[in-house]
Design a protein around this ligand. Structure first.
Ligand SMILES: NC(=O)C1=CN([C@@H]2O[C@H](COP(=O)(O)OP(=O)(O)OC[C@H]3O[C@@H](n4cnc5c(N)ncnc54)[C@H](O)[C@@H]3O)[C@@H](O)[C@H]2O)C=CC1
Ligand SMILES: O=C(O)C1=N[C@H](C(=O)O)C[C@H](O)C1
Length: 250
């Protein structure tokens, strides 16, 4: 059986370099390109890449996906920064490339995906919900894509259940003291030397709290999800948002 031809964008980065090794080690995949900042995207077409793993920066990801979709190259995207406007642009590009698949995964680790799922399930049963994400200090965006997605899922579950607004008597606060407001859910971002990627979802009800915590201790935690994404995206045209759709979790 022929191997799937895969390229990594952001190949010299923290997660990209780990992804290069994971693709190289997979028996059914062939690494045909490992591109960094400034490298020619035409290399993707020249090497016949069938799928890319996009692990660059929020500033670079749209240009890279534009190129991929114009060349019918499937994409597995871990890069953050997904606003509604960006998703609308990507959907428009996909309309012109109906056979091409894109997976955007806010987080590739199974524990983080389950954290989001559990938080979504629990949200309707608690009056209060806040998200705390904790990352290494070299991370360029805040809050994390995972925390943003988690808060959106919690907010949607609360809206569906007809939950009242969260109780919060704060009358005066320093800017930022109550975190960022993501659809009514406060999200707090910690940047601390020594950390990698961690998240706590705090839920509170009368006389009790529930804390759901996940810790990525090494970039290897993201690799099984990336490889699963690559194997599935090539036969899943259109936009898939969230690895859970490839994990039988819905
Ligand atoms: N979805 C997930 O599970 C995960 C997502 N991430 C996300 O992945 C992204 C990268 O994270 P890190 O590796 O920590 O950052 P990093 O800064 O270590 O790596 C990014 C790399 O991309 C390169 N780059 C920038 N523009 C480029 C372009 N146009 N073409 C090719 N390479 C380009 C940079 O030079 C750098 O080497 C971030 O958005 C981060 O939030 C990180 C870990 C897990
Ligand atoms: O930058 C990181 O490191 C990570 N980024 C992703 C995010 O923003 O959610 C995934 C994970 O948290 C690691």
């Amino acid at each position: 059986m022929s191997k799937l031809r895969v390229a990594v964008l952001g190949a010299k980065g923290r997660i990209g370099s780990e992804a290069v090794r994971a693709v190289e080690a997979a028996d059914d995949l062939e690494l045909v390109a490992a591109l960094g900042r400034g490298d020619r995207l035409e290399t993707l077409a020249d090497t016949g890449a069938q799928a890319v793993v996009e692990l660059t920066t929020p500033a670079s990801v749209m240009g890279n996906l534009d190129f991929c979709l114009r060349h019918g190259i499937h994409a597995v995207v871990g890069t953050t920064g997904w606003t509604d406007e960006r998703l609308a642009q990507l959907t428009a590009w996909l309309d012109n490339a109906p056979e091409t698949g894109v997976l955007i995964a806010p987080n590739f680790s199974i524990g983080a995906v389950l954290t989001m799922k559990f938080a979504e399930q629990a949200a309707r049963y608690f009056e209060s919900a806040e998200v705390v994400e904790l990352h290494h200090p070299n991370k360029v965006d805040a809050p994390s894509g995972t925390a943003t997605r988690t808060a959106q899922l919690i907010a949607a579950a609360r809206a569906k259940a007809g939950s009242a607004p969260q109780p919060d008597a704060t009358a005066t606060a320093l800017d930022g003291a109550r975190g960022a407001d993501v659809d009514g859910v406060p999200v707090h971002a910690i940047r601390l030397r020594g950390l990698l990627a961690h998240q706590e979802v705090l839920l509170g009800g009368e006389g009790e709290t529930l804390t759901i915590r996940h810790d990525s201790l090494h970039h290897s935690s993201f690799m099984p999800g990336i490889l699963l994404g690559v194997r599935r995206v090539v036969s899943t045209p259109g936009l898939t948002f969230g690895l859970e759709h490839f994990l039988d979790l819905n």
